[in-house]
Design a protein around this ligand. Structure first.
Ligand code: KG4
Ligand code: ZN
Length: 429
């Protein structure tokens, strides 16, 4: 017994500990201010390509500005920028505390660096003030890089996150990894919760070719990927994004922003009463399925939105029951179009992995419709849909993308000139 114990100790001692990598991420592309710190095994030095990758969320915090933008019925960019500036330091503090990285220690910032900080945060005086009060009181955390969303999104909002990343990276002497928000939505779909622990996720590498259907407030895209981290956009919306259509229709129905979850709630109630879903067959409540017949992989949702507007004009005295029917029919129309276009590309490209990502992927009806489609017709295709928290904007997805980008070519990021890191509201994959 004693001998066996010694063997185990020896064996354990002889295995080199897997090097870990910690990434701090910042997301400010729209109306969510989010920061996270993740820990993972360093595949760039420790394990061969395609090895098992596990992510541990050391800290994660998100502050939604929904309440502030609600009264405008959508996101107000200058307000979003101001809120990000105000909230980044308190959120960072929270995440450092949660990660156990908040270690107090007095230091001073050189006058030379203060000048640089002043020029980087020239337009964010409130953030600069909080930065100078807080950062010199703590030790630099154990992180390897700062990942930050550089686009697509609202440029004034993106700039706050980027400038904040630059100041942290300057003082803590860390590289910055610029991240495309849409890549974040793709990789977050591949996270699978490990057992019951919320904070640990296994990463499931996709099989190629892979298709990602990205559905959010600003995007509706079908993305083809034949190789890890390489993308080709094969279809997109010609006008409104799906999330945008949900939000606009919600506004027409007098529902609050963001409209997606509100419409979804009403439609869900209508689905519960079969009576109502039968009544929807009534011609008055029929909506078109735009672009269903077209051969292209593109989408169009503005006609659907206009059709709701005409429908509302024809229906007298809109009641809650009537709103439920409209919500149900609208959700059905959107889902049918998304499913039909996706089916087209699954066949065309011999797809092995399908990802649905972006805020609208949080929609229960869309989610179950895709699950049923795979179960009934495409058993060989692996389907990945993120959990609700990972579907809508968050910083974890930026950290995951940051980790893969950084481990692919860390030298490139270590040498990068910060001046070249810029916000691009229309950044493409
Ligand atoms: O990805 P996301 O959080 O932000 C962008 O990058 O745009 O997506 C936000 C969009 C909003 O339009 C919101 O209405 C929509 O996702 N959304 C939903 C649901 N939850 C959020 N749409 C339909 N059903 C939902 N349950
Ligand atoms: Zn998003």
């Amino acid at each position: 017994m004693a001998e066996r114990h010694i063997d185990i100790v020896k064996a354990a001692g002889s295995i080199p500990a897997t090097p870990t990598m910690n990434i701090l991420s910042i997301e400010t592309s729209c109306d969510e201010t989010a920061i996270s710190i993740i820990e993972t095994n360093d595949v760039s030095t420790a394990a061969p390509k395609g090895a098992a990758v596990e992510f541990k969320i050391l800290g994660n915090a998100l502050l939604s500005q929904i309440k502030i933008h609600k009264k405008y019925g959508g996101v107000f960019p200058t307000l979003a920028k101001r809120e990000h500036s105000k909230n980044l330091i308190p959120i960072l503090k929270k995440v450092l505390e949660e990660s156990n990285f908040l270690k107090l220690s007095k230091s001073t910032i050189s006058t030379f660096n203060i000048q640089i900080l002043n020029s980087i945060l020239e337009r964010e005086p409130e953030l600069l003030e909080q930065f100078l009060k807080f950062i010199p009181t703590i030790k630099p955390p154990k992180i390897d890089a700062v990942a930050v969303t550089v686009g697509p999104g609202l440029e004034p909002a993106l700039w706050v996150g980027i400038n904040f990343a630059k100041t942290l990276a300057l003082i803590w002497k860390k590289p910055i990894v610029p991240i495309n928000h849409m890549e974040g939505h793709i990789v977050s779909a591949l996270l699978k919760k490990s057992g019951n622990k919320f904070s640990i996720f296994n990463f499931q590498f996709p099989k190629f070719p892979m298709i990602a259907l990205l559905i959010s407030g600003g995007h509706t895209q079908l993305v083809l990927s034949k190789e890890w981290l390489k993308y080709e956009i094969i279809g997109e919306t010609l006008d409104d994004a799906v999330g945008e259509a949900f939000d606009k229709v919600a506004r027409m129905l007098g529902l609050s922003y963001p409209g997606g979850p509100e419409i979804s709630k009403l439609a869900q109630k209508a689905r519960e009463y079969t009576l109502i879903s039968k009544e929807v067959a009534d011609k008055l409540y029929r909506l078109p399925r735009p672009m269903l017949k077209s051969e292209t992989c593109d989408f169009s949702f503005s006609g659907l939105k206009t059709a709701v507007l005409y429908m509302l004009k024809k229906i007298p005295n809109i009641t809650d029951e009537k709103k439920k029917k409209i919500a149900l029919e609208f959700e059905d129309a959107v889902t049918e179009v998304l499913i039909s276009k996706t089916k087209k590309v699954l066949k065309r490209y011999g797809v092995k992995t399908l990802i649905i990502g972006g805020g609208v992927a949080a929609n229960e009806h869309i989610k179950t419709s895709f699950e049923n489609m795979i179960r009934n017709e495409y058993l060989k295709i692996r389907l990945h849909i993120p959990t609700k928290e990972l579907s809508t904007d968050n910083a974890i997805m930026i950290a995951i993308a940051g980790y893969f980008r950084f481990s692919q070519n860390s030298e490139k990021y270590k040498k990068q000139n910060f001046d070249k890191i810029r916000a691009d509201g229309n950044l493409s994959l």
